[in-house]
Unconditional design. Sequence first.
Length: 348
Amino acid sequence: MNTDPERKYSILVVDDIPHNIDILKGILAPNYSIMVAINGNMALKIAQEKQPDLILLDIMMPEMDGYEVCTQLKSNPITQGIPVIFVTAMSESDDETRGFEVGAVDYISKPVQAAVVKARVSTQLALADQQHACEQLVKLRTLELQASQKAAVFMLGEAGHYNDNDTGVHVWRMAAYSAALARDCNWPKDQVDILELAAPMHDTGKIGISDTILKAPRKLTAEEFELMKQHTSIGHSILSKSETPLFQMAAEIALSHHEKWNGSGYPHGLSGEDIPLSARIVSITDVFDALTMVRPYKQAWTINEAFDYIRQAAGEQFDPQLVTTFLALKPEIIRLKQQWDEIETENK
């Protein structure tokens, strides 16, 4: 849609009778850039390639009538936003309802009157511009909201590891693994996107755990480990304050990502499919990434060693079906690891 005051609006006039086209051109050419088509197929081609600001469309045409042309215009994402005004003989006015049903915004009756044509065209172009401006504003606000949401995720992810020995891009790397695994499980794209943002917040509850435990350069004592377990409930308590899909998923992941397939995990000893699927995915990717990282109490495992561990823990710690899918993703996981390792090196 034209939003540049220095450029003329473009109008496509569609009619199989040249005399009718000449009349409309004579009325509109002084103020608008006019394109013409003498049949439906030509109109669809021009609309697709040139994307006029408005279309004046005759109804009674051979081969493809105006209703069919309008229907096809509205079914094409490229042309569906172009306003269509039907230009029709008085005897066809009873078909106005059908015209509106297929997507027209207005009617002009033949024989046309210059003042009516100018007024209807001007009104519909103004309305289309207004709609376009609203759509752009919605897009802008959506982008701003998404940016704010990502910033909140970043801060919560960082907060959860502020006093931890997990350094660098661990939460983002495992989030990328999680998204890859969810995609291969045929999750809808919007749900994959939510999971990729929710996964980095899985350890948000560690903000409530003493740094003497988080930074302990050794295996935790039984008492310390009981305290460490509380990070799942703390994270859930923090994240569940929001009712948005993102933070609701983040809350369930935070609570359940240490549950185990055989029921021996914490905090509630859930087993099998009683564990939320999002948490089952993150439990695999979080452990895999942790194994391949250097910690004060261990060296980094090789990729093959980490994959072997995941394989051996299928049916015990991890969902066996998800493990099979994860193992099949090995080339993609290696590619993502290399990508994020490079980012981590550049940020040091």
